[in-house]
Design a binder for this molecule. Structure first.
Ligand SMILES: Cc1ncc(C[n+]2csc(CCOP(=O)(O)OP(=O)(O)O)c2C)c(N)n1
Length: 649
């Protein structure tokens, strides 16, 4: 082993443990054990440009085991990504780039990680995106897109169900430029991983269509090097298991107690002694700095090579290059009338299908699919083919029945750059996607989630398939737009605004819904008066299929001389962001209010004050949809009755 490499590995290790010690919090086990192969990867394999962390053809690296963030920051520091020593010294402190877990936005961090298993599924999405862009843009002898996606994980990620799903799809799709580095130390928080996880991970991955390489000694940099080299030539995704010792070099090496607790000052000193790297906290010796500087120079040169390819490509294929650039820009959906054109009653899932196709026709990089429910979600894109191992240019992705991975893969597709992903399933199963949706919201990335079968309107499938609390749950999530449109035109609003910010969820009906007079572009304000914009005695606020009920109830109440306003509220989050003046002009302060929605009442209290609620706070039942609506009070009769009682109060 080259001495300088060895010293550099220890530099990576020791900066990480110094940072953890200063913070008196963090996870030293992984950085100490995984540093050799992580260093080798960054030093001699990955293609990246520290001066331009967003270099378009860079290899992607995902620290799926996000608790090992100190390793990542140490690597980013040494490889010159712009983290300062001050950032390292202030690991996990407010206002620094070295947050507890890696956060998207820090130069060199491709995705936020922390919830185990999300990162590896993100990496599958990134590798998938690379395969699409390579197939679309590469020309003979001119590979504009040609990079790998690496992910680092431990037993934690491997135990998560999402990893099983993601690995299974990656194998099926033969995403051979995905290389997963497994820090095989057989330790998790509660002890030896065998206590809960003794399956043969290697055979499992082989069965899932992976190439598996085992490196018996993770300390052996030559073996590490050879394994990564081999993986790069695989025709399948590769899992490289590096057998390591958690907390290598520390007094607690090999035990779970060094997974997530600082080593203590004495522990740090003892570790450095054992490693033969006895420098003061945060001290980086000159020869180490020079060594990394050389590596950085090599990396920059490699990226400069790509620039030559790009220049030649640009000259030979100006149109394709212009398109390549366009795909990497923020999408603009020009709001033209044809997007809003709907002439008849239809389910909002059907309208959603129309809108998906309208977007697909305008955005050539719009891609996505469903978890085996496309014929029910109505999310198939027409005439653009299916994505698969033999057709990287197809735009319908069959995610299979893998909801957890599907959503996280979409995050990865978006984060890679170049593509705009959507995914879909029944709304009741949105819970399976929830952590990935949360990650989209935390990262503020515009992944589009299309959920059909929005309520008890599903009918016969019964309570397992009838969402109740899902709307309240997702509406409670910060930075997420949840649309529940009342008709086809409001569905258009959801899709038209899908790229205005972070993620969007569209919740669609199974059953047909009439076009409501007055619906349309106003929905872009989140909530608006759909009927009765003058003085009123009562304001009914509703969303989705219940807007029609609100309108019919208002008609009935007006016959008795009660003036009613109906507010349609397709997207609370957008409405809540409007000016006070606008909001008060829509929902008058001084009149009684009723909210109607076939879902949990929780999110409606903020609008109705001491008014009334026609909602559902219990699970549904199997039966015909109209019978269920009737049973739970979604009738004109009940709304009229509720209104009269409220007005008499
Ligand atoms: C979804 C999720 N569940 C639980 C945790 C808490 N957690 C963080 S690390 C860890 C154990 C990880 O073990 P391993 O991947 O083997 O890492 P190592 O012990 O080698 O550092 C757990 C349970 C988490 N971050 N995410």
């Amino acid at each position: 082993m080259n001495n300088m490499d060895n010293k550099a590995v220890n530099a990576v290790r020791c900066l990480a443990i110094d940072a953890i010690q200063a913070a008196n919090s963090g996870h030293p086990g992984l950085p100490l054990g995984a540093a050799p192969f992580a260093y080798k990867l960054y030093a001699d394999h990955m293609k990246f440009s520290p001066s331009n962390p967003k270099f378009i053809d860079r290899d992607r690296f995902v620290l799926s085991a996000g608790h090992g963030s100190a390793l990542m920051y140490s690597l980013l520091y040494h490889f010159g990504f712009g983290l300062t020593m001050d950032d390292i010294k202030n690991f996990r402190q407010l206002g620094y780039k070295t947050s507890g877990h890696p956060e998207y936005g820090t130069p060199g961090v491709e995705t936020s990680t922390g919830p185990l298993g999300q990162g590896i599924a993100n990496a599958v999405g990134m590798a998938l995106a690379e395969s699409v862009l390579a197939a679309k843009f590469n020309k003979p002898g001119l590979n504009l897109v040609d990079h790998y996606t690496y992910a680092l994980l431990g037993e934690g990620c491997l135990m998560e169900g999402i990893e099983y799903e993601a690995a299974s799809l990656a194998g099926t799709l033969k995403l051979n430029k995905l290389i997963v580095l497994y820090d095989c130390n057989k330790i998790t928080i509660e002890g030896n991983s065998d206590i809960a996880f003794d399956e043969d991970i290697f055979k499992r991955h082989e069965a899932q269509g992976w190439n598996v390489i085992v490196v018996e000694c993770g300390e052996d940099l030559d073996a590490v090097d050879a394994a990564i080299q081999k993986a790069k030539h695989s025709d399948k995704p590769t899992l490289i298991a590096f057998k390591t010792v958690i907390g290598y070099g520390s007094p607690k090496a090999g035990s779970a107690s060094c997974h997530g607790a600082p080593l203590g000052l004495d522990g740090v000193v003892a570790t450095k002694k054992a490693l033969g790297y006895e420098y003061a906290p945060f001290e980086v010796p000159q020869d180490v700095t020079e060594h990394f500087a050389k590596k950085i120079e090599q990396h920059e040169k490699e990226c400069a090579e790509w620039e030559k390819i790009r220049d030649e490509y640009k000259k030979k294929y100006p149109d394709e290059y212009a398109e390549f650039e366009k795909w990497h820009e923020k999408p603009v959906i020009e709001d033209t009338d044809d997007l809003w054109q709907f002439d008849s009653a239809m389910s909002t899932r059907k309208a959603g299908g129309v809108m998906l196709n309208r977007l697909a026709a305008r955005l050539d990089n719009f891609i996505g699919g469903s978890a085996d429910l496309a014929p029910s979600n109505l999310t198939g894109l027409k005439d653009v083919g299916d994505y698969g191992k033999d057709n990287r240019l197809g735009r319908n992705i069959h995610f299979g029945i893998r909801e957890h991975a599907m959503a996280a893969i979409c995050n990865g597709i978006y984060l890679h750059g170049g593509l705009l992903p959507f995914c879909s399933t029944f709304f009741a199963f949105s819970d399976y996607l929830k952590n990935a949706i949360r990650m989209s919201a935390i990262m503020n990335i515009p992944v589009l989630y299309v959920f059909s079968h929005d309520s008890i309107g599903v009918g016969e499938d019964g309570p397992t398939h009838q969402p109740i609390e899902q709307l309240a749950g997702l509406r409670a999530m910060p930075n997420l737009k949840v649309f529940r449109p009342c008709d086809a035109r409001e569905t258009a609003a959801a899709f038209v605004s899908a790229y205005d910010g972070g993620p969007t969820v569209v919740v669609e009906s199974r059953q047909d819904l009439p076009l409501i007079e007055g619906s349309g572009r106003k929905a872009l304000k989140g909530g608006y008066v759909i009927k009765g914009d003058g003085e009123c005695d009562l304001c009914i606020i509703a969303a989705g299929s219940e807007v029609d009920l609100a309108v019919r109830s208002a008609d009935e109440l007006e016959k008795t001389g009660i003036k009613v306003r109906v507010v349609s509220m397709p997207c609370m989050e957008i409405f809540d962001e409007q000016t006070e003046e606008y909001k008060n002009s829509v929902i008058p302060r001084n009149v009684k209010k009723i909210a109607i929605e076939a879902g949990s009442a929780m999110c409606w209290y903020k609008y109705v004050g001491d008014g009334a609620l026609v909602c559902i706070d219990h699970f549904g039942e199997s039966g015909k949809a109209n019978k269920l609506f009737e049973r739970y009070g979604f009738t004109v009769e009940n709304v009229v009755d509720t209104a009269k009682k409220l007005l008499q109060k």
